[in-house]
Design a protein around this ligand. Structure first.
Ligand SMILES: NC(=O)N[C@@H](CC(=O)O)C(=O)O
Ligand SMILES: [Zn+2]
Ligand SMILES: [Zn+2]
Length: 436
């Protein structure tokens, strides 16, 4: 049994943000009280061994749920695999991750869905929940067997990495999504508008002489998908929103009652295109980093609920790939191990976002939207939880990262605010930054 004393509990699912004592027994949250005496706790332990943690100055919240993680297995295990990715997840404070389907081969049938589930269970760290592709082979034309894949354990469908260019295919996918009850996760990027662009089109891309991707490449597809979701009544989730226009379109669609949710990635809330240097391939990401104005619009959107969730879009790549010239390096940032700390340091500490809002957007809301367990510390629920120390600082060193990837803009930087204990179903899986 665990007794977390005098810890600041943030649990948006129960509207708790207060100093509390928390008891965990048999893998479950037993009780959250204003304070407990040793006698009371020992009685409740009924002879079970007890570990007491002084939580003063620390936060306890539900294990974070990341709805957008690339784990690269099967097929590209040199970048990441399900074991290394799920270890990176718990090191970063995530107890549930939704695995994207753009593996090799893509997760487009029930057998592959079951494979990802099995590998996740075998790894035994974060819960790994597979996303299936929308179209067979991610080729954008023929829909997968969604109902069958749902039976196998799929929790959502997405061709992420690629846009579904054919609007009729997208419309049909949303129509079918109504039957499964699961959202279609859309990677909004008009292929022709994006062209061979490398970063956001604007003053910065002009100065660097790099081919730009216009903001409209994202926003026109956001507009299309919102119209199709409204027409079909299907559930839509928009991945990695990065432009001011997209935020505005979502705000208006929500006001009309469209069944849409949206996510934003930490890097789009923290960085902007002006910060990219020609050798900074770690900041080469899709969608590309936007302008300062976009960054402000995204923060405002997350604050007012237009954007519902934060998600990492953890996109691991090898060092050799990212060592290529900017034009040839792959898009993506590996972020499971640094995302929470980055949000704490760059957004919560300066007062741009409250920690309560961050936790809601990264636990309760994803659980609700995708119908997942977790995201709550209600008594009786499995104890997936994070103890966060706002004062713990650490240099992001290659040797300490448990992900196979090193493509993070925070490498060699000192960061502050980290999860120092993480439990999955009441089992301690990370302590003092070391995965157990
Ligand atoms: N975000 C990225 O830059 N890359 C992702 C694909 C994606 O999320 O669209 C990847 O799979 O590497
Ligand atoms: Zn994407
Ligand atoms: Zn992605």
């Amino acid at each position: 049994m665990w007794w977390l004393k005098d810890v600041w509990v943030i649990d948006p699912s129960q509207k708790i943000s207060a100093s509390r004592d928390v008891l965990v027994k048999g893998g479950q949250v037993l009780e959250i009280s204003s304070s407990l005496t040793e006698k009371e706790v020992l009685e409740k332990a009924q002879g079970e061994s007890l570990e007491t943690i002084n939580g003063k100055g620390k936060f306890l919240f539900p294990g974070l749920i990341d709805v957008h993680t690339h784990l690269r297995e099967p097929g590209q295990e040199d970048k990441e695999d399900i074991l290394s990715g799920s270890r990176a997840a718990v090191r970063g404070g995530f107890t549930t991750i939704m695995a994207m389907a753009n593996t090799q081969p893509p997760i487009d049938n029930r057998a592959l869905i079951e494979f990802v589930c099995r590998q996740g269970e075998r790894a035994g760290y974060a819960h790994v929940l597979p996303i299936g592709t929308v179209t067979k082979g991610m080729l954008g034309s023929e829909l997968v067997e969604m109902a069958d894949m749902k039976e196998g354990g799929a929790v959502a469908f997405s061709d992420d990495g690629k846009n579904i260019q054919n609007s009729e295919v997208m419309r049909l996918a949303l129509e079918y999504a109504k039957l499964t009850g699961f959202p279609i996760i859309s990677h909004c990027e008009d292929k022709d508008l994006a062209g061979e662009g490398l970063m956001r089109r604007g003053v910065a891309s002009g100065r660097m002489g790099l081919r730009g991707i216009p903001a409209s490449a994202e926003s026109v597809i956001v507009a299309r998908d919102l119209i199709l979701a409204e027409e079909t009544g299907g559930k839509l989730h928009l991945a990695h929103i990065s432009t001011t226009e997209s935020v505005e379109l979502i705000r208006k669609a929500k006001a009309r009652g469209v069944d849409v949710t949206a996510e934003v990635n930490p890097h789009h809330l923290i960085f902007c295109d002006e910060e990219i240097g020609i050798t900074d391939t770690a900041l080469k990401v899709n969608p590309p980093l936007g302008s300062r104005g976009d960054r402000e619009a995204l923060i405002e959107g997350l604050r007012d609920g237009t954007i519902d969730m934060i998600a990492t879009d953890h996109a691991p790549h090898t060092q050799a790939e990212k060592a290529r010239p900017f034009a040839e390096a792959p898009f993506g940032i590996a972020s499971l191990e640094t995302a929470l700390s980055a949000v704490w340091q760059y957004l919560v500490l300066p007062g741009r976002l409250s920690l309560d809002r961050v936790i809601e957007a990264w636990s309760d809301t994803p659980a609700q939207r995708f119908g997942l367990p977790g995201g709550s510390l209600k008594p009786g629920t499995l104890a997936d939880m994070v103890l966060f120390d706002p004062d713990f600082s650490e240099v992001i060193e290659s040797a300490k990262l448990v992900s196979k990837a090193r493509n993070t803009p925070f490498l060699e930087k000192t960061m502050q605010g980290f999860p120092v204990m993480v439990w999955v179903e009441g089992r301690l899986v990370q302590r003092d930054r070391t995965v157990i």
